[in-house]
Design a protein around this ligand. Sequence first.
Ligand code: URA
Length: 417
Amino acid sequence: MNIQEIIAKKRDKLELSKEEIEYFINGYTKGEITDYQASALVMAIYINGMNDRETTDLTLAMAYSGDVLDLSSLGEVVDKHSTGGVGDKITLVLMPVIASLGIPVAKMSGRGLGFTGGTIDKLESIPGYNTSISIDVFMENVKKHGISLMGQTLNLAPADKKIYALRDTIACTESIPLIASSIMSKKIAAGANKIVIDVTCGSGAFMKTREDAEKLANIMTSIGRLANKETVCIITPMDEPVGYAVGNTLEVIEAVDILKNKYMPEDVKNIIEELGANMLLLAGKISNIEDGKNLIIENIKNGKAYSKFLELISNQGGDISYIEDTDKFERAKYIVPIKASKSGKIISLDALNIGKLSCYLGAGREKKEDSINPRVGFVFTKKVGSLVTEGEVLGYIHADDEQKANEILKQEIFVIE
Ligand code: URA
């Protein structure tokens, strides 16, 4: 077997065998297959696709390319993952709620890449919070406090790390077999037996149409079944940013405000109810979804989820005075209002555009090694569907560079009709 033959087969739209897929993953992980050969094969998969059997074999080969955790000593861990989006602070809100309901939360999250944000970058905007704890500390935290959120510092699915970074540089991110194998390999390696996946769908997501989101959901559910991991996929909208804030510190502040019961954006409520209730169902805590939704909201209202969030942050070295008083967070130099250009109804606030503009302000990274500015981004005051009058403030740009803020102001980011 050699890699040239495998590339040629996929180039010619032929099906790859399990052995050929394993040969590629092992060779690439060890560095025996070069980046340019891997790029050619990944591009051929992107163009010609993979059937369900090939996608499953690819996922399993990637999952077992490094360490595989065993979380069984922690009880019924239900993991949660999102296929990514803009303003997506759902993990920050939902995981403390789940932990406050007695379900152990042992979650490894990623950093943002491209226009989508990542939970680890958001958590690191809290002074002192340590995302690179050891696996022993991680397990100990879950046993003692019922929750730990850390970065992907362990050698879990190293093949995915390499392929994910490669895909980003060769314009091969939006591919169903590549996304399904990337997500499911990490989830299998991360050790939970039950998984709820938020499959985002819309302009600010990898899946732009409902049809593609359903295809991705179906293949991930069937891979989960084959790998003995009960998997539920929930399709959620990502046409406008989730909630009102976009940007690392700004999203942490919004998540804290939600947990403090200051306000609850309707879209955040819908997503946490749906995902949370399915997590509780998988954990055997409830027998019907409506009861689960009520429990999720109840534990925000009674403050138990907020207490759990404080416990999580202080446990991992974070300074909770910033959570207790979010005015302590350092803000961007310029906070510039965005005003309505005319009266009417907001019909669009494009999530992809806002994600890209946030990157332009410095909130995201183009390349893996880039650093990010935690302070910058947007805080909107209106959502799609709102009626507005000319000159009314629709939100604020948070920028450290005034010229960039002025450039953004020239754009019609809210479409009003
Ligand atoms: N999230 C992942 O982990 N991988 C992808 O390919 C896309 C979203």
